[in-house]
Design a protein around this ligand. Structure first.
Ligand SMILES: C[S@@+](CC[C@H](N)C(=O)[O-])C[C@H]1O[C@@H](n2cnc3c(N)ncnc32)[C@H](O)[C@@H]1O
Length: 220
């Protein structure tokens, strides 16, 4: 694992070795070779700018400055927007080039942020976060690992912390992206640990991947 702080900009290098070697090939914890996708310029999951649900949460104040983790952040726009708004941001991703992009953005504006190049299944933060923003990370992971991932999300959040999540709705078998059927999600994020809102906002169309269901889940 490599952790980098935005100011001054450090080098980012992947940790190698073992079944969780990152950045070079698909592994037991990576459904495909994400780093190769980034290097090939093939990233159909990416949006041109911040997610509409993200903007709604920011405007409403639901997502207010705090210590926040963005797992599987890739090259998404939200971490920089969060850092610029005064959040204490940590991005985590196994693809070194994506982490380097995030780190360069943070460094350019001199914000305090953390960029971690690591397999999320082999990473533990020093302190739990107030919030987590999951945008196309869950749906990118092998579904057999979803219970492990959900347990990690709970462990990474402080009690009372919030998971801001976009559940990918493909309506199809296979992936990635893997369909995050809402009945399955309600079992995965069950009432023992998570509180769901009474009503969910409408799904948001995705430019290339059908639609996503926004939700804010509160950790007990
Ligand atoms: C579909 S992309 C989404 C990227 C970003 N959230 C976005 O919306 O553009 C999935 C991301 O998860 C990362 N990822 C997949 N498996 C991972 C793992 N086991 N540990 C850390 N990152 C992982 C990939 O490297 C990739 O950047």
């Amino acid at each position: 694992m490599t952790e980098a702080h935005a100011n001054p900009p450090p080098a980012i290098a992947p940790q190698g070795g073992g079944p969780q070697e990152i950045g070079s090939q698909a592994s037991a914890t990576q459904a495909i070779d994400w780093e190769a996708k980034y290097r090939a310029g093939s990233a159909p999951w990416e949006r041109a700018g911040p997610h509409p649900a993200f903007l709604d949460w920011r405007t409403a104040g639901t997502l207010a400055p705090c210590r926040i983790l963005v797992p599987g952040a890739g090259r998404s726009a939200e971490p920089l927007a969060l850092a610029e708004a005064g959040f204490d941001v940590t991005v985590l991703d196994a693809a070194p080039s994506a982490v380097a992009v995030q780190q360069a953005r943070f460094a350019r504006i001199g914000v305090h942020a953390h960029a971690v190049a690591a397999d999320l299944f082999a990473w533990t933060p020093a302190t739990p976060f107030d919030a987590i923003y999951d945008q196309t990370c869950l749906c990118a992971l092998p579904p057999a690992l979803w219970p492990d991932y959900a347990a990690r999300l709970a462990a990474w959040l402080r009690p009372g912390g919030a998971l801001f999540v976009l559940f990918m709705q493909t309506g199809q078998a296979g992936g990635p992206p893997f369909d995050c059927d809402l009945a399955v999600m309600r079992r995965l994020f069950g009432p023992d640990l998570w509180t769901w809102p009474d009503t969910l906002a409408p799904p948001v169309p995705h430019p290339t991947l059908r639609e996503e269901q926004p939700a804010v889940l509160r950790r007990s």
